[in-house]
Write a protein that binds this ligand. Structure first.
Ligand SMILES: NC(=O)c1ccc[n+]([C@@H]2O[C@H](COP(=O)([O-])OP(=O)(O)OC[C@H]3O[C@@H](n4cnc5c(N)ncnc54)[C@H](O)[C@@H]3O)[C@@H](O)[C@H]2O)c1
Length: 297
């Protein structure tokens, strides 16, 4: 396989926050999409959120109702790994940010997928070569890391040392075909481009709170007031998912990160996973930071 025309069927592994968005973007752009997850229940939540996203896209006239209806028909959801793998031309993996889990999932799909299938991972902070061997084809494996897909539509393309050269321009074209702006990371580097910068911001925000320098709301207020942005670092964390953020910080060993990880774990243990469940640092659908007057304290 060498050209974009050869990619017709996309398999998305993991039907959570990112998987459901990548799947929908592909389905909206005429790819046949299979979404695989181990939890049947994840599909209910995915469809609910996809319908909300579709509603927003139709309302803002970014897509027509007909395209939205067709997109939903372009997707199949399954917990059957063999069935999911059969027709895959490209796999986009979005399972939980956990190295051992990713190794396990890639070992399984490395066996099940056809020999020509291109493998991509959406990992946020893990270095892909940590699990490239498990895929059984590190030469066809590359990080293709999305942000929120519909509003922050940059996609990071980061090869591992064994990725064949032709994969990069092909993934660039694939990214463009689903309305993303591709950026190339020449060598493996934690956090790609944007996440490397974002992590520095979020780490600093976490330290301000865990060292009791300021409150969550004032940290967000400061960022929003200075940059005229509609959310601050803790609002961003709620969007990302506090469980996903915790998986990232739990691997870091410095004192600031350990304290921040403890704060995130405290919320995760209470089921406060962020916007996706209606409760994180803020409550949804109407978080405090979106209220009129929030910025004035
Ligand atoms: N949340 C974000 O903003 C964001 C942005 C970019 C990239 N990512 C990355 O995307 C990946 C997924 O993150 P998320 O936020 O969507 O997580 P999530 O927790 O919302 O979803 C993860 C999904 O993986 C499923 N899963 C777990 N084990 C599985 C298995 N063995 N096989 C198939 N599915 C399995 C879970 O059931 C769940 O539905 C992570 O690597 C994360 O770093 C997340």
């Amino acid at each position: 396989m060498k050209t974009l025309q050869d990619i017709k069927h996309v398999l998305v592994l993991g039907s959570g926050t990112l998987g459901l968005r990548v799947a929908l973007a592909c389905a909206l752009n005429d790819y046949n999409v299979t979404v695989y997850d181990i939890k049947e229940k994840a599909f209910e939540q995915a469809l609910r959120i996809q319908n909300e996203l579709i509603g927003q896209l139709v309302k803002s006239e970014r897509i027509s109702k007909e395209i939205a209806e067709q997109a939903l028909k372009n997707q199949i959801f399954t917990t059957n790994a063999q069935e999911a793998a059969t027709h895959a031309d490209l796999v986009s993996e979005s399972v939980t940010e956990d190295l051992e889990l990713k190794k396990k999932v890639w070992a399984e799909f490395g066996e099940l997928c056809p020999k020509h299938t291109i493998f991509t991972t959406n990992t946020s902070y893990l270095i892909p070569s940590l699990f490239a061997q498990e895929t059984g084809r590190p030469n066809l494996f590359c990080a293709l890391h999305f942000h929120d897909v519909f509003y922050a539509n940059v996609v990071d393309i980061m090869p591992n040392p064994q990725t064949e050269d032709w994969i990069i321009p092909l993934l660039k074209e694939f990214g463009q075909s689903i309305q993303q702006t591709p950026v190339i990371i020449r060598r493996e580097s934690p956090g790609y481009i944007f996440n490397a910068m974002l992590m520095a911001l979020i780490g600093a925000a976490g330290a301000l709170v865990t060292f009791d320098v300021s409150s969550i709301e004032d940290v967000d207020r400061s960022w929003m007031g200075n940059f005229k942005m509609h959310m601050g670092p803790f609002g961003i964390l709620d969007e990302i998912g506090l469980d996903t953020a915790w998986h990232v910080t739990s691997n870091l060993k410095d004192e600031k990160s350990k304290r921040f990880s403890k704060l995130l774990k405290h919320h995760v243990d209470q089921g406060k996973l962020g916007k996706k469940v209606g409760e994180g640092f803020y409550s949804y659908p109407n978080p405090r930071f979106q209220e009129e007057g929030f910025i004035n304290g």
